[in-house]
Design a binder for this molecule. Structure first.
Ligand code: ATP
Ligand code: MG
Length: 342
């Protein structure tokens, strides 16, 4: 058996979209001459995935993550380049291919809205011709993990978002697929459900050897699940490598959001200069005005102590509110282009 389960070479998907002109006169002009624009959603990406890996795909909104998943699952046909998954060409071999994969799209459910959960599972068992023993074993695995039984007789429409997410993941692996694609499986979930979802993904991978591809905005998913990650931006790969190296490069960055809406624009603008006077590595602190009175500082705690910067701001500025977060994916991308991962 080939060790590589996915091999993508120059995988590309462009969309041709109509640029609509504004207003009534614009709509009228559109009738006679149309302006098209090409969106390069996925633009020549090459990567491979080993059997049994958990791979994380991350990137800001519109980076091309979902389009990549759609190309890998055969929903979309590549504009150029190609991919093979477990010996299949996903788009051309769709019929036979789908029996080998499970797909969970965060926003959409593959369960029947009005059917009780267990009835949906039974329908899937018939569709995929899952042997009784496999079906029972997989349900038991889930029950041991998250006590799925509680929801068996609830119609899907009455499940909470978290319960539905867990049932959807259960449904996607009932037929023992070699690979599962999860597009944003933890979006909108609270901390305890997120933990459960991560536990399920880890266990499926460990116990059944299922290869898992997961897209997410949540760096917590990556840190807790994926030994390797691919960072995408504007349809191209910015980083493909160990999560540990990524964390080493960005783990000590913090984003400090300060509400300075009580201050004048000029006063806020002077903050960068003042920080320069106080902190010798001030080029390490990036300062950005958000336009609504909030100012965002991004810094590396290994180089500049966060608390010192915060104290300085509190002493010298009128700060109404403070939020501290990890570095955003947008900043990660900027810093990656500047060589942070080299
Ligand atoms: N069917 C389509 N027609 C036209 N443009 C599309 C289509 N699908 C996606 N796009 C565009 O392709 C780009 C990538 O979209 P995609 O959904 O893959 O991003 P994403 O990384 O999943 O983003 P998000 O984090 O917001 O889910 C975006 O600019 C999007 O507008
Ligand atoms: Mg998406």
């Amino acid at each position: 058996m080939n060790k590589k389960i996915i091999e993508a070479t120059g995988l590309t998907r462009h969309f041709r979209v109509l640029e609509r002109r504004e207003g009534l006169s614009g709509a009228f002009k559109d009738l006679f001459s149309r302006n098209y624009r090409t969106v390069k959603a996925v633009d020549g990406v090459s990567f491979s995935v080993d059997r049994g890996e958990i791979l994380g795909l991350i990137g800001p909104n519109g980076a091309g993550k979902s389009t990549t998943i759609k190309l890998l699952t055969g929903v979309l046909k590549p504009t150029a380049g190609g991919v093979t998954v477990d010996g299949f060409v996903p788009f051309s071999d769709r019929r036979r291919y789908v029996a080998n994969i499970g797909v969970v799209l965060g926003q959409r459910s593959q369960l029947w809205w009005n059917l009780p959960v267990i009835e949906s599972f039974k329908v899937l068992k018939e569709i995929y011709r899952v042997p009784d023993a496999v079906y029972e074993r997989n349900l038991k695995l889930f029950n041991d993990l998250v006590d799925l039984k509680r929801h068996y007789h609830t119609p899907v429409r009455k499940l909470s978002l978290g319960q539905k997410s867990i049932c959807d993941i259960a449904a996607s692996f009932l037929h023992d697929p070699a690979l599962i694609f999860l597009d944003e499986p933890t979006i909108g979930l609270d901390v305890s459900v997120k933990k459960n979802v991560r536990k399920i993904i880890r266990t499926l991978n460990r116990e059944l050897g299922t290869t898992i591809i997961i897209t997410t905005h949540d760096t917590g998913d990556i840190g807790n699940l994926c030994p390797r990650l691919i960072l995408i931006d504007k349809g191209t790969i910015v980083y493909d490598g160990p999560t540990a190296r990524f964390n080493k490069a960005f783990g000590s960055f913090r984003t400090l959001h300060l509400d300075m809406s009580d201050m004048g624009e000029d006063e806020r603008g002077a903050l960068e200069g003042r920080l320069a006077g106080c902190f010798p590595c001030r080029e390490k602190i990036s300062v950005r005005e958000e336009g609504d009175g909030w100012v965002t500082l991004t810094l590396n705690q290994d180089e500049v102590p966060l608390l010192d910067v915060l104290n300085h701001c509190l002493k010298t500025c009128r700060v109404k509110d403070v939020k501290i977060e990890d570095i955003s994916l947008e900043e990660v991308i900027i810093k990656s282009y500047e060589g942070a991962l080299a």
